[in-house]
Design a protein around this ligand. Structure first.
Ligand SMILES: C=C(O[C@@H]1C=C(C(=O)O)C=C[C@H]1O)C(=O)O
Length: 89
């Protein structure tokens, strides 16, 4: 016997869960903005100290972390975050 969830109950639960997704997205957006600001500050410090703006070795470690935690799509997400911080190369 399959349990059928009444449509109204399912709709209520979906609305509730979407509220949770919206809350997650709000946090993710704030974290991405914070990450970007930190990354740009590091880039500026390295540039004014006469170094390169990017560190490919560090970027590989960042990507590997996303890959290990989230798989191939995680690696793609890590790449998006790195690209966002690069601005114009
Ligand atoms: C923020 C840094 O500078 C750049 C930006 C990185 C990032 O956004 O994670 C990583 C490496 C660098 O290319 C850093 O060296 O840590």
């Amino acid at each position: 016997m399959s349990a059928t969830v009444p449509t109204a109950a399912a709709d209520d639960r979906i609305a509730e869960l979407r509220g949770q997704i919206d809350a997650c997205d709000t946090e993710i957006i704030a974290l991405v903005q914070r990450r970007l600001a930190v990354s740009q500050e590091i880039g500026e410090l390295r540039r004014t100290a006469g170094g390169t703006r990017l560190s490919l070795a560090r970027e590989q470690r960042v990507i590997a972390r996303f890959q290990d935690a989230l798989g191939p799509e995680g690696a793609a997400l890590g790449m998006v975050l790195l690209r966002q911080g690069r601005g114009r190369l």
